[in-house]
Structures are given as structure tokens and as C-alpha cells.
Design a protein around this ligand. Structure first.
Ligand code: DGY
Length: 343
């Protein structure tokens, strides 16, 4: 067992915390269940740590690794996306970075479908209408929405979550296309370049990782190329979309709507989005299923302990400690975008 403590940036729930406490490692947990540690608290508590188990709200960078000290061996993310972690800075210090792929795939795909249903069938607007006790008549146009069956869903970032969404969408009778390399159809999903997908899809759902190449993947130009009635769903990362351009397009009804679980300047929400009735907004709850969150915590803990016990991480992001194969390659071809990862 290595000397030094394991710093956990949030209480991960009873079962995961018990496993950690029984691991034989000294465990230091940020005391607030809901709010992340401040930067100052982080810098103070990582000092002397051999491992850090972190949520995506904490920036893990070179300054933090240096503050922790050379004994730091592992940063285990309780998330599939690791854009909050400077993986290169970690690797260059011999620190293994791990994430939690697979275990949140279904939960995130469920939320994407939930946002789409809420948007297309105007569920949130209709709920608010009844709560306002507005006079209710049976007019044929009362909350007229769009059917899912027969619509074309375009998936941008076709990894595990994209695939899980495709399965759900097909069950709803949707045609599914994906911005993926190669051409032709695979498993009932037609592959095509991003530009073609944007011009074809009625619904565009984002599942790409956030990196230098995918930031503002959807901007004014891409929105202009979408069908006028298109809707955008984003359960991946907010900065994939240029929010100013999106708000403009939603305001002037250039596109029909957006279902957003993630935001460009999270946790701040663009004020323009809050004024619109053609958006459905949720506070980054893609993985927020009880069972999913427990599975994520357990996998992150296993990864951290495996690195500290020298048995090799289960799901490494960095090449350090990797057994070679990564299953989470997500590519978004055309516009020069093609990167690994998933969010
Ligand atoms: C992830 O795991 O990257 C999700 O965004 C967390 O909810």
C-alpha cells in the first residue's frame, strides 16, 4: 500500500464510500455532498495525496498535480468525459487517468430520448399550461407537436451512447443516420459526413467528446445548414455548441427547438435560453440514475485502487497502465474532426 491519502472530491454514496474506507487507504472526502470543493480547498486537500477521485466539476491540471506532489499516482474520474483533466500533464508526471465508460451509456441515451420526447410532444410546456390553470379547450391545435416515428435522427459522435440512442430511436420508428467514417449502412444506421447529416436530419443529437477540434462544432454556419424544422439535443458537453448562435436561431425560429442537458458556461445558463419556450433544459443529469451513479462510483474506486495496488486500471484514459485497447473511439468525420473519447 502506498503512503499518502486518497482524496475524494464528493461523497459518492454509502456503498462506494464503505468500500473505500475498507480499502486500507486513508480517505479524505470533501464534506459537502452537493457542492464541489473550491479551488483553494482542492489545492489544500490534494497535498500529499496518492490518488484523487474526482467529478467533472473539478479542474485537474498541472498546478494541482504539482501541489499534490510526486507520490500522486492516479486521477480517477467519476465520468466518461475527461475534458476537465489535463491528461497530457498527468501522463508527463507518471499519473494514470481513468474514466467510467459503459456504465452510464443507457442512462445518458435515456435522457436524450426523454429530452426529444419532451420537446417534440411539448410535455414541459403542456405541464406548465395546466399549472397556470389556463382555460382548457379541446382545440385541434392544443399543444400540437411532432411525432417521432418517421423523423430522421442524426447522431453526431457515434460511440456507445450514440449506439444506445440509435437502438431507442429505431424502436420509436425513427430513421437513424450518423456522422461516422465510412459509408453505407451499419446495423441499420446510415453513415455520412457531418455536413450531409446536418442538412438531412430532423433531430440532431450530440455525443462527441469535447476537445480543441469539437469546441463549437455546431456554430452559426452549421445551424444555417440544418432543416428549418430541425431540433438539437445535447447531452454531451455544452461547448460543442456556440450558444450565442443557438439562441439566435431559436429566437428567430430558424430551427424548431433544443433539448439541452449541458451548457457552454456551465453551471451558468445563457439568459437567452431561459426566455425561450422552444427549449427544454436540464442541469447535466445525463448519468443521474441512482444505479448508474453507484456503478460509476464503484468503477472509479476500482480504477483508483487497482493503480495504487499495481494491478492495472480497468478503464484507463491515458496510455499509462493501459492494456492497449480502448473501446470508446468516437469519430466525427468531415470538418477535420475526428477524435477519441465520448461524453
Ligand atoms: C460524463 O460522465 O461525462 C457525464 O457527463 C457525467 O454526467
Amino acid at each position: 500500500m502506498a503512503n499518502g491519502h486518497l482524496y475524494v472530491t464528493r461523497d459518492l454514496g454509502p456503498e462506494p464510500m464503505q468500500i473505500l474506507r475498507e480499502s486500507g487507504h486513508e480517505v479524505v472526502v470533501h464534506p459537502d455532498r452537493d457542492l464541489p470543493p473550491t479551488r483553494e480547498e482542492l489545492l489544500e486537500h490534494v497535498n500529499g495525496a496518492v490518488g484523487i477521485i474526482t467529478l467533472l466539476t473539478e479542474a485537474m491540471d498541472a498546478e494541482l498535480f504539482d501541489r499534490a506532489g510526486p507520490q500522486l499516482k492516479v486521477v480517477a474520474a467519476v465520468s466518461v468525459g475527461t475534458d476537465n483533466i489535463d491528461v497530457h500533464a498527468a501522463e508527463s508526471r507518471g499519473i494514470t487517468v481513468t474514466n467510467t465508460p459503459d456504465v452510464l451509456t443507457d442512462a445518458t441515451a435515456d435522457l436524450a430520448i426523454g429530452l426529444l420526447l419532451a420537446l417534440n410532444r411539448r410535455i414541459v410546456e403542456a405541464d406548465a399550461f395546466l399549472r397556470r390553470s389556463e382555460p382548457w379547450s379541446w382545440g385541434p391545435r392544443l399543444f400540437l407537436g411532432r411525432d417521432l416515428a418517421g423523423e430522421t435522427l442524426g447522431i453526431v459522435g457515434y460511440g456507445r451512447i450514440g449506439e444506445a440512442l440509435a437502438t431507442r430511436a429505431r424502436a420509436f420508428g425513427m430513421r437513424v443516420i450518423a456522422a461516422a467514417s465510412g459509408s453505407g449502412s451499419r446495423g441499420g444506421v446510415e453513415r455520412m459526413p457531418l455536413d450531409e447529416l446536418l442538412a438531412t436530419a430532423d433531430v440532431i443529437s450530440l455525443h462527441a467528446p469535447l476537445n480543441g477540434e469539437t469546441r463549437h462544432l455546431i456554430g452559426a454556419r452549421q445551424i444555417a445548414s440544418m432543416k428549418p424544422g430541425a431540433v438539437i439535443i445535447n447531452t454531451a458537453r455544452g461547448p460543442l455548441i456556440d450558444e450565442d448562435a443557438l439562441v439566435d436561431a431559436l429566437r428567430n425560429r430558424r430551427i424548431r427547438g433544443a433539448g439541452l442537458d449541458v451548457f457552454e458556461h456551465e453551471p451558468a445558463i445563457h439568459p437567452g435560453l431561459l426566455e425561450l419556450d422552444n427549449v427544454v433544459l436540464t442541469p447535466h443529469i445525463g448519468s443521474a440514475g441512482e444505479q448508474t451513479r453507484t456503478r460509476m462510483a464503484l468503477l472509479a474506486i476500482k480504477n483508483a485502487l487497482a493503480v495504487l495496488d499495481h494491478s492495472g486500471p480497468l478503464t484507463p484514459v491515458s496510455t499509462l497502465g493501459s492494456t492497449g485497447s480502448r473501446r470508446d473511439a468516437v469519430t466525427v468525420p468531415s470538418a477535420g474532426v475526428g477524435k477519441q473519447g465520448e461524453s
